[in-house]
Design a protein around this ligand. Sequence first.
Ligand SMILES: Nc1nc2c(c(=O)[nH]1)N[C@H]1C(S)=C(S)[C@@H](COP(=O)(O)OP(=O)(O)OC[C@H]3O[C@@H](n4cnc5c(=O)[nH]c(N)nc54)[C@H](O)[C@@H]3O)O[C@H]1N2
Ligand SMILES: Nc1nc2c(c(=O)[nH]1)N[C@H]1C(S)=C(S)[C@@H](COP(=O)(O)OP(=O)(O)OC[C@H]3O[C@@H](n4cnc5c(=O)[nH]c(N)nc54)[C@H](O)[C@@H]3O)O[C@H]1N2
Ligand code: SF4
Ligand SMILES: [Mo]
Length: 683
Amino acid sequence: MAIYTTACPRNCYSTCGLRVEVADGRIRRIEPHPDNRATANGVCLKGLSYLERVYSPDRILQPMRRGGDGRFTQIPWDDALDLIAARLRRYHADPGPQSVFYYTGSGTKGLLNGVGMNFWRRFGGCTTTYGDLCWPAGLEATRLTLGEVKHNAPWDLANARLIVMWGKNAAETNVHQMAHVDEALAAGARLVVIDPRRTETAERAELLIQPRPGADGALALGVAHLLIRNGWIDRPFIDAHVLGFDAFAERAALWPPERAAATADVPVAAVHRLAELMGTVRPVTVSPGFGMQRYTNSGQTMRAMLALLAITGQIGRPGAGWMYANLQTQIFSPVRDPLDFYPPEQPDGVVRVGVSTARLGPDMLAQSDPPLRMAWVERGNPIPQNPETHSVLKAFRALEFRVVVEEFLTDTAREADLVLPAKTLFEQTDVIGAYWHPYIQLRQKLIEPPGEVKPETEIYRLLAHRLGFPAEAIAAEIPGPADADIERWLAQRLAPFPELTLEHLREGPVLAPGAEAVAYADGRFATPSGRIELYSEEARTRWGLDPLPDHTEPAESPRRAGLEPTRYPLQFLTPNTKNRIHSQFNNLNVIRQFSDRPQAWLSPLDARARGVADGDRVRIFNDRGELRIEARIDFSLRAGCVVVTNGWWLSEGGAVNVTSHARETDMGFGAAFHDNLVEVERA
Ligand SMILES: Nc1nc2c(c(=O)[nH]1)N[C@H]1C(S)=C(S)[C@@H](COP(=O)(O)OP(=O)(O)OC[C@H]3O[C@@H](n4cnc5c(=O)[nH]c(N)nc54)[C@H](O)[C@@H]3O)O[C@H]1N2
Ligand SMILES: Nc1nc2c(c(=O)[nH]1)N[C@H]1C(S)=C(S)[C@@H](COP(=O)(O)OP(=O)(O)OC[C@H]3O[C@@H](n4cnc5c(=O)[nH]c(N)nc54)[C@H](O)[C@@H]3O)O[C@H]1N2
Ligand code: SF4
Ligand SMILES: [Mo]
């Protein structure tokens, strides 16, 4: 028996440090790593469920080929690789390497993820995506305003005296953050939650504001109006650090509390109460989530919210700030700068960055010269997770050949001609960063891959040999095959950072070099003006937007002029949930005990109007698609909303993106998932 340091690589705020017991070549026990100060309290149920996941009888352990009858049968690795190599050669010759589409999702973190692109470049190119499904509108709003995307250490939240959880449901999506919230509350802090749902996070709050979805910008501008009118602002801070205050004040003057309240559909008293708290309690941390930046107006909304901290001087101080995303650990990966989500202005002639992730289906179908012939999918499950499931399906079915590297037979894997088995977190060593806490961690290989599983690096290496890539190129660009080769490759990436050695990381999490406990404490902002930009010329030049934050209605707002208000009156919200990471984990028995079928939540008002009772089957639909699902009545939900958590598979009848539209956010090339109006009727 031995205990090892490792880390959970899921796309999850927490990125937990773990200590894992291994005996006789099997994972036996999973515990929190005490040296990760952000996550030392415990491992969530998903983390504990790895004990089942790794050994699940449903795991894909061999390459599998789909036959004409749609059934999968095992084939030997040699045959699978020969088949792929033959296809790659064919499409390389005609119509060209860019007819191969390389799609990666957010399934696992690690530096070795970058090896895939080395392969495709050496192949002669491919087509790939730009943008991101997750968080880019908020990243870009933050970058335009503050110049960088970083925030105070997670534990600094305990110093806050006012915490505003704005469109973030940390009790489910960032459980460890709630421990820091509790510490602050115990020391007398106040908690406000702003969410159309009464979430688990809201159970701890003294004030819950339930705005109309997509209207937070109006709420923020109403609060700004009152902060300025009541003199609850920090003049010296504004004079020293803020660009565009006067123009912003003129904009906020247009949003008296009555107008803000009417637009956001909240009580006027709520606008006053929030302004009074934000104006008089110090220090203030706003922790905005990613839920609110999934609308076509959301970059501007986030800028309006962030402005409240700028005018009250709540940036660069302990207990204060904008806790959106912390890219201080992104010291190796290209995601350090949100600009890296953009399509390149100067295409390199090799990799065609031609498909917007938000418009995956339509953009795949629209590629020409060359059109797409083949797809390689890795670490993602785009069929249920990307907008407009039907067009994603259509685009995949229009291809001649599809390869999916997966642990399980997901909706996307079911569409593949060839499924290759994927490793789990315990089966290859890698180095991972985080986006909430400041630690770099080692995700260690603790067991041999079961069955015939091979890590992606090995799959690429074998294909590279088959395709006759030069031996030196393979050696330089694709590490492996031995574990020692992988470690040597990682050590090279770590070499510029003397604190970060493999030996050191094997002991436990290490703070990223230069990580700041209080971000922006030096008063330096990497914007064009060197100040916090409430007025951003780049918002105009890059995105064609108003340089000042404003509220405009989202594309599918029921209040938008020209939209027929009665046809699809309900706003479809599809947030994340406690026991899944998106489309992962719900296939496990331990998780299914808690959620064994998809359900939709409706307010009693909306349910009664449609004759729907608790437990009835309903149809959620619009012109793009429909979902048949069990309805639950939720007395705490804002009327006018219907909620289904995202991540259910199409094959489970719960894929929420059948009704969403493939459309981008106003900035950052994100996906406007919640900009999605539907109707509900009894099925
Ligand atoms: N357990 C668990 N944890 C996760 C994940 C997971 O799937 N499961 N996923 C991880 C990833 S990749 C992500 S992106 C994050 C996301 O986690 P969060 O940042 O919490 O984001 P969401 O769950 O998308 O939405 C949060 C809240 O926003 C609310 N919301 C929706 N629209 C609006 C609006 O217009 N205004 C306001 N004020 N609120 C609104 C929703 O009701 C929801 O409660 O969580 C990460 N952590
Ligand atoms: N309607 C709606 N849709 C949404 C959202 C929403 O709020 N509403 N949220 C969006 C957000 S924030 C995100 S981040 C996306 C997430 O969507 P995706 O990025 O597609 O992520 P997952 O659903 O987690 O699926 C990841 C897949 O990777 C596989 N995997 C895990 N580890 C490995 C590995 O090491 N190798 C390989 N090859 N595969 C592996 C898993 O088995 C899983 O099937 O969904 C988005 N979709
Ligand atoms: S899923 Fe998130 S909270 Fe759970 S163990 Fe992994 S990183 Fe931690
Ligand atoms: Mo995400």
